[in-house]
Ligand binder design. Structure first.
Ligand code: GLC
Length: 707
């Protein structure tokens, strides 16, 4: 874990001692850049605030010239303190990678860190020194548009994702050349918003908070995250921006987080709308008391804290502690003394290679019943559908400083990869589509969500295929000719009719700048689809929330027994299970072994899995290790993930994979929510998804192991 100097170096302390209250509040204030067609600029309001020392950070500014201008202004102001330049670099900066929900499905921590390193290098070259990423909200409700920003439904996956992304963005230490400070967001349980409606209240149980939503953030703190951003929402009635219990007691006092807490966009004044603050002074006092250090565009600290101090609602010590945390972060980023030095960007060819590899590794072949893949080079291929030419859809929401002109559409990429491609103007026009497919040997039908239908403020009560695409899809699929459906989306789309009618479906998610090429490589067989689902895919909206890690209930669902946990009008099984995904390699699990020495002194356990590729087609597979705690003092999830990793396979390959199951997998939160280990039997299950469980074995945690 990167070491942090003690909060408040002598230089920072001297600086603090020399600052007036308005200058201190300036360090706690983030202003916004102005957006222009050719990129962001420093507007007159932000410019005056920086010159007057009334702003210490800025949101949404990037570009060497614009940032150098802003940093020079700050250097010339009193005390010469550099600016935090914060930007939402979530899945790439100029070269966009697959959205996090897609990339999580690669189950490849090295890849997760590599794409974050690339994003940081491109962002740092543009003067960004703080990203508002990774987003670590576990999400089990596809109605919520922000599911796209995180790593899916599973806490173990989210923890692994958090650790990889923090190290990827921040490098060996804060201020590392070509790195940016990372912000773990949105703390906490944002994925539990009621009915999947963005910004709505969430009311998870204390147990769910501790077992599902908090662990990824604890991992991020352990990995050295520089900042944390509270969620907009209230959790059980306590708005996160004023939530002392979670921000101070848990985040700071229990986890010893020494970094900076940055409010979400205008979230401090929103405490008034939450109904917990009577005015801006009240809101500012509540946020500062809870431990929020920087006010993102709320103007609450600048305008509310002076009166809050006068009225004795907060004391200067709280202000000084917040300023010291900001100055400490700036010192680690070289913003207090060192001159501004912007690194060069990575070579475009390197960026595109990494983005292509990530896109290929994130796409999921959901179906290929009639073995249409790989497509034949001599085939006449019609590429149709409203998203066939939509390059912005490929890069999805939060596409940072994307350059659309560097993104090839699916139609363009297929036209380059295959000699006989017909690509009529992308549209919903059924007649034009039917005309195109009649003269083709095979059709690639591109459907799904546009970038605007996903991400923030994009909840959908009926998260299916957009209504205006169904008629086209039904007509094309009913035409009786070979069709490969390619889906672009940021969430599982509930469309059972589509998955019944289509024989071959490739889920591309929002694959990024190189997404078109990745689709072409997978359809041509140059790459084997190796992505898996990091989220369960519902059959019906009524099943939501649906996820593999639920508790079994006293009447586990049994289709043959009416009096069990089931529906009268829908199976309980999902459309596709967590971990689902097809690959052309034919992998089989042959053996599952527990290390002969059993549990180690640290409580961890090694297991080994033997697998083979029975086909003469090279490719890859992903092996999951689940755990079942058979009897415990509390009801445990029916399945808990505690290992997952992709494995490349040559033709007729035989391999052994080793998984180190950490001690926490074998412990639980007792009735009092205190972590404990209990003796008993555990079943270890190896499989290719939560529905494809292949091998099982048992291990006993004995009282001696607990001694
Ligand atoms: C937005 C989002 C947050 C983002 C911030 C800055 O409202 O909630 O994820 O980092 O504002 O853009």
């Amino acid at each position: 874990m990167p070491r942090r100097p003690a909060a408040g170096s002598p230089a920072a302390r001297r600086l603090l001692a020399s600052m007036t209250l308005p200058e201190k509040l300036g360090q706690l204030t983030m202003v916004g850049a102005d957006w222009h067609a050719d990129g962001p600029r420093l507007g007159p309001v932000a410019r005056r605030a920086i010159e007057g020392g009334r702003a210490g950070s800025i949101l949404g500014l990037w570009g060497r010239e614009a940032v150098t201008d802003a940093q020079s202004l700050a250097r010339e102001a009193q005390h010469g303190i550099g600016l935090l330049i914060g930007f939402d670099v979530l899945h790439g900066h100029r070269t966009i990678g697959p959205v996090p929900l897609a990339e999580a499905g690669a189950f490849d921590p090295e890849l997760w860190a590599e794409t974050a390193r690339l994003a940081a290098a491109e962002a740092a070259a543009d003067g960004v020194n703080l990203t508002f990423a990774p987003m670590l909200d576990v999400a089990r409700d596809p109605r919520w548009g922000r599911m796209v920003e995180g790593s899916g439904e599973d806490p173990w996956t989210a923890r692994a994702f958090a650790a990889a992304k923090i190290v990827g963005f921040q490098g060996q230490r804060l201020g590392w050349p070509g790195s940016v400070a990372a912000t773990a967001k949105h703390f906490v349980a944002y994925g539990a918003v009621r009915a999947g409606r963005d910004y709505a209240s969430a009311d998870p149980s204390e147990r769910e908070l501790a077992e599902v939503y908090l662990p990824p953030f604890e991992e991020a703190v352990r990995a050295g995250a520089a900042a944390v951003m509270p969620a907009f929402i209230d959790v059980a009635g306590l708005p996160m921006t004023a939530n002392k219990k979670l921000l101070r007691t848990i985040l700071r006092d229990t986890w010893h987080f020494k970094g900076v807490i940055i409010s979400d966009y205008k979230a401090i004044p929103e405490l008034i709308a939450h109904g917990v603050a009577s005015d801006l002074v009240d809101a500012a006092a509540l946020a500062l008391q809870a431990g929020v250090d920087i006010d993102m565009l709320g103007e609450a600290y600048e305008r509310g804290l002076p009166e809050a101090i006068e009225r004795g609602l907060v004391d200067m010590a709280l202000v000084d502690q917040a300023v010291m945390r900001v100055l400490s972060l700036k010192e680690q980023l070289g913003l207090l003394a060192e001159p501004l030095r912007l690194p060069s960007p990575p070579p475009a060819s390197e960026s595109r290679e990494i983005a292509l590899r990530a896109a290929c590794g994130s796409m999921v072949l959901l179906k290929d019943d009639t073995r249409l893949l790989p497509l034949r080079a001599d085939h006449r291929i019609a590429v149709i559908g409203p998203l066939a030419d939509d390059r912005l859809a490929l890069t999805g929401p939060w596409a940072a400083a994307v350059r659309p002109d560097e993104t090839a559409s699916i139609a363009q990429a297929l036209s380059s990869a295959f000699p006989n491609v017909v690509a009529p103007p992308a549209s919903h026009d059924v007649e034009a589509a039917l005309t195109a497919i009649r003269t083709a040997d095979l059709t690639v039908l591109c459907l799904g969500e546009t970038a605007e239908m996903s991400g923030e403020a994009a909840s959908r009560a009926d998260p299916g295929l957009p209504a205006d695409q169904r008629a086209l899809a039904e007509a094309v699929l009913a035409a009786g000719r070979p069709v490969v459906v390619v889906i672009l989306c940021g969430r599982p789309l509930v469309a059972p009719w589509l998955f019944d009618a289509a024989s071959t479906v490739l889920l591309a998610w929002f694959p990024g700048t190189m997404g078109g090429e990745a689709v072409a490589r997978i359809l041509s067989g140059a790459e084997d689809a190796s992505g898996r689902l990091a989220v369960t895919w519902p059959r019906a909206v009524g099943q939501i929330p649906i996820f593999f890690g639920d508790r079994p209930s006293g009447r586990p669902s049994d289709p043959a027994d009416r009096m069990t946990s089931r529906y009268l009008d829908c199976p309980v099984s999902p459309q596709f299970a967590f971990g689902h995904g097809l690959s052309r390699a034919s992998a089989q699990l042959r053996a599952l072994r527990i290390a002969p020495e059993g549990f180690r002194a640290d409580g961890a356990l090694r297991v080994e899995v033997d697998l083979v590729n029975e086909s003469d087609i090279p490719g890859s597979t992903t092996v999951f290790i689940f755990l079942r705690d058979l009897v415990a003092s509390v009801a445990r999830p029916a399945l808990m993930l505690c290992g997952a990793r992709r494995c490349p396979l040559e033709r007729h390959d035989r391999k052994t994979m080793v998984f180190e199951l950490e001690a926490s997998c074998f412990s639980l939160l007792g009735a009092d929510l205190a972590r404990r280990r209990e003796p008993g039997e555990f079943e270890i299950v190896a499989g290719f998804s939560a529905a494809e469980l292949c091998l099982r074995t048992q291990v006993t945690l004995s009282p001696e192991d607990l001694a």
